[in-house]
Write a protein of this length. Structure first.
Length: 164
């Protein structure tokens, strides 16, 4: 991935509805070349999907909670993933390291609906406990910044200063 690809990604993150001609103008390519680069980014899985950013409160999903799930067994298998995916209020699910096994992001309409989802989590095989954090306000959510990543295999790693 080169700087042109990164610039295309940044532009698409800002507005994925832009025409290829407009995108190309920003990065210095023709519409055809831009289309081809975007197609290759999709093929390689760099662009996973194109979506719309919806305000959760505007559609009745104003309650946001992050829930850590404790378990008595490994939770990284397809049955766990499928059980969590079957709960529509769960937006994200992550296997984590630490005192919990999984972290899920849940959006609901009301605290009562959140409580019902928490009850459903205990139906997932292996779940022995939860710890819930309810967000009172979201300062910001941002897309990944793709323009300042290093191009090499150690991207994102910082070198340590030499001992003197």
């Amino acid at each position: 991935m080169d700087e042109v690809d990164r610039a295309l990604l940044a532009e698409l993150q800002a507005d994925a509805t832009q025409a290829y001609a407009a995108l190309g103008k920003v990065v210095g390519l023709s519409a055809g070349s831009t289309h081809e680069r975007v197609r290759k980014l999709r093929e390689r899985g760099v662009i996973r999907r194109t979506t719309v950013d919806v305000d959760p409160a505007a559609v009745g999903r104003g309650v946001l909670a992050f829930v850590m799930l404790q378990a008595n067994a490994w939770m990284g298998d397809p049955p766990t993933r499928d059980a969590l995916a079957a709960i529509p209020q769960i937006q994200e699910a992550h296997i984590i390291a630490g005192s919990a096994s999984l972290l899920v992001k849940i959006r609901t309409s009301t605290p009562e609906e959140l409580q019902a989802v928490l009850r459903r989590l205990f139906d997932v095989e292996g779940v022995t406990g939860t710890q819930t954090i309810v967000a009172l306000e979201t300062f910001f959510e941002r897309p990944m910044n793709v323009t300042d990543l290093d191009a090499g295999p150690t991207a994102g790693q910082r070198s340590r200063p030499a001992n003197t």
